[in-house]
Unconditional design. Structure first.
Length: 164
């Protein structure tokens, strides 16, 4: 199983649980997972992360296109399916328009096209003013989970070594 990570996974990891300064093992684990063909994100998420001028932007830049995949020919036919789903729900037109113009749209389409699982901190919502990734995943039968569910499923371990 391969995972596609949402921008909020990286941002919250950096800001809270897995800061670069005290948990570099998390970031190493992501890179190793990518090299093993299990952990990815998409180009549009990389662009969002690079908008910052911090170490997360630098990390995303260093990971490059092998981690942050560009859409391929398999993804393009999935885009209209995701767009049609967004337009036929009860969301406000502004919500659908916003969704179709951000990375979330591409993330769900890529997962749909390639059979990947989306990893996000978002929760499903009954609101009509914003399309949440889990709602789109549920509507399109795309698997999704939180970062912590992925880490447990993959049996990630960030264990302290001996003191320097």
């Amino acid at each position: 199983m391969a995972y596609l990570l949402d921008a909020n996974v990286f941002i919250q990891a950096k800001n809270f649980h897995y800061g670069f300064d005290f948990c570099p093992a998390f970031w190493d684990w992501l890179v190793r997972g990518n090299k093993a063909g299990r952990v990815f994100s998409i180009e549009k998420v990389r662009i969002e992360l690079q908008a910052g001028t911090d170490e997360l932007a630098e990390w995303a830049d260093a990971c490059g296109a092998t981690f942050f995949m560009a859409p391929d020919s398999a993804v393009l036919p999935a885009l209209p399916r995701v767009s049609q789903w967004a337009g036929t729900q009860n969301f406000t037109p502004a919500a659908a328009n916003t969704f179709l113009n951000v990375a979330d749209y591409w993330l769900v389409a890529q997962a749909l096209a390639q059979g990947h699982t989306v990893v996000t901190h978002e929760k499903p919502s009954d609101g009509l003013r914003q399309i949440k990734i889990p709602n789109a995943c549920i509507g399109l039968n795309v698997p999704y989970m939180t970062l912590f569910e992925m880490l447990r499923r993959e049996r990630a371990r960030f264990v302290l070594g001996s003191a320097p």
